[in-house]
Design a protein around this ligand. Structure first.
Ligand code: SF4
Ligand code: SF4
Length: 108
């Protein structure tokens, strides 16, 4: 079962999780006008390495722990990959930056 990033991450984006993922399945994206991270459930190998790295406990170990946000991760994964295929990977931003789109432009 893939790991899931939940609502707490919305607007935070410490990105500590991204650095440790061995299969690079954590993608930055904007959701509801805020920076967010999602885990691609088709690529996650359930290694668990990311979970203790998140400073605010925004990662859970299975979709059963938060089915609604698991669905959001799944749906946004397709969007994130489509965007990255066209524009290249984006560097996650530190927390408390002004909200930006995945192309690093400020959200207006
Ligand atoms: S470390 Fe936690 S808050 Fe930061 S991007 Fe990853 S899941 Fe979100
Ligand atoms: S559980 Fe492992 S593979 Fe899945 S997102 Fe976390 S670090 Fe990446």
């Amino acid at each position: 079962m893939p790991y899931v990033i939940v609502e707490k991450c919305l607007g935070e984006q410490y990105a500590a999780c991204v650095d440790v993922c061995p299969v690079e399945c954590i993608h930055p994206i904007d959701y509801e006008g805020k920076p967010f991270m999602i885990i691609d459930p088709e690529v996650c190998i359930d290694c668990g390495v990311c979970l203790p790295e998140c400073p605010i406990g925004a990662i859970v170990a299975s979709p059963a722990e938060d089915p609604a946000w698991a669905e959001i991760n799944k749906n946004l994964a397709a969007q994130a990959k489509e965007w990255e295929a066209q524009h290249g990977k984006v560097t996650p931003r530190p927390p408390n930056d002004p909200p930006r789109r995945p192309d690093n432009k400020l959200v207006k």
